[in-house]
Design a protein around this ligand. Structure first.
Ligand SMILES: Nc1ncnc2c1ncn2[C@@H]1O[C@H](COP(=O)(O)OP(=O)(O)OP(=O)(O)O)[C@@H](O)[C@H]1O
Length: 259
């Protein structure tokens, strides 16, 4: 396949990240291809969030290089959560909407922070983003406390998409949702990938998401990516942690056909 088709949206090489005497990421390399949804799995405390936070420049690194859309990412702390000029949007684990702001104001927050736009235009953009994630214009004046868990995630997603970023980081997007809401959210991510051409890096423990939404899955163990590929390849991996993760008792109970 042509190099340009396979070009990386995110390229990580020989990354080392640690805190004090603890090394969390140890010579880690990873490519996220443009336009793909890459799922990231790993043990609890294994460094998935640290990897994501390092890619967006929030955590300093000890060694290694990171490029996002061909641009080197510095090790500094000076990046906003929406990336330089909207390079990425982020959906953090808790959704984290501002409770004192309405849905509309939450979605407009990155616009206010990064651009100078008229209120009318910002209102138009907010409604367009809400509709994009399956919410109605009527929801715009609600406060976060008036939303269901699924709606909260959708508003957080609309906010992450406010600046039309080419890359989306999702940290356990379906955690806390019932299986139907989780399935709907997965379908939404897939639709956004197709319609907007988004590249998505998604930390998830949700086996259904890994199977149905992710083009490839990467497994993080011992501070490195120990396996990467389509789900069917991960299921064949001989790596002990990957085997334990996908073929352990709990996984088998949930997905008997995966054996
Ligand atoms: N700012 C920090 N200072 C010190 N140690 C940290 C910091 N951030 C993360 N760590 C440590 O790095 C390790 C990896 O944490 P991380 O949050 O990336 O795990 P994770 O794989 O995302 O886990 P989970 O699936 O439970 O969310 C943990 O041991 C954690 O205590």
């Amino acid at each position: 396949m042509l190099e340009s088709v396979q070009a990386s949206a995110i390229r990580v090489r020989d990354l080392v990240v640690g805190f004090g005497r603890q090394t969390v990421l140890d010579d880690l390399s990873l490519d996220v291809r443009r336009g793909e949804i890459l799922g990231l799995v790993g043990a609890s405390g294994g460094g998935k969030s640290v990897l994501m936070r390092t890619i967006i420049g929030l955590v300093p690194r000890r060694a290694g290089t990171i490029e996002v859309m061909g641009q080197p990412i510095g090790s500094a702390h000076d990046r906003s959560a929406h990336g330089a000029a909207g390079t990425w949007g982020i959906l953090f684990q808790q959704g984290a909407l501002f409770s004192s702001l309405t849905v509309r104001q939450n979605v407009q927050f990155p616009l206010r922070e990064n651009l100078v736009l008229s209120q009318d235009l910002m209102d138009e953009i907010a409604i367009a983003k809400l509709e994009m994630v399956g919410l109605r214009a009527e929801d715009a004046d609600k406060y976060p406390s008036e939303l269901s868990g699924g709606m909260t995630k959708r508003v957080a997603l609309a906010r992450a998409l406010a600046l039309d970023p080419p890359i989306l980081f999702l940290d356990e997007p379906t955690s806390g949702l019932d299986p139907i809401a989780a399935g709907d959210f997965d379908a939404l991510i897939k639709t956004l990938q197709k319609t907007l051409g988004l590249t998505v890096l998604m930390v998830t423990h949700d086996l259904a998401s890994l199977t149905t939404v992710c083009d490839r899955v990467a497994a993080l163990a011992d501070g490195k990516i120990v396996a990467i590929g389509p789900m069917r390849e991960l299921l064949q991996s001989e790596h002990p942690w990957v085997r334990a993760y996908f073929h352990g008792k709990r996984s088998q109970m949930l997905q008997p056909h995966m054996r």
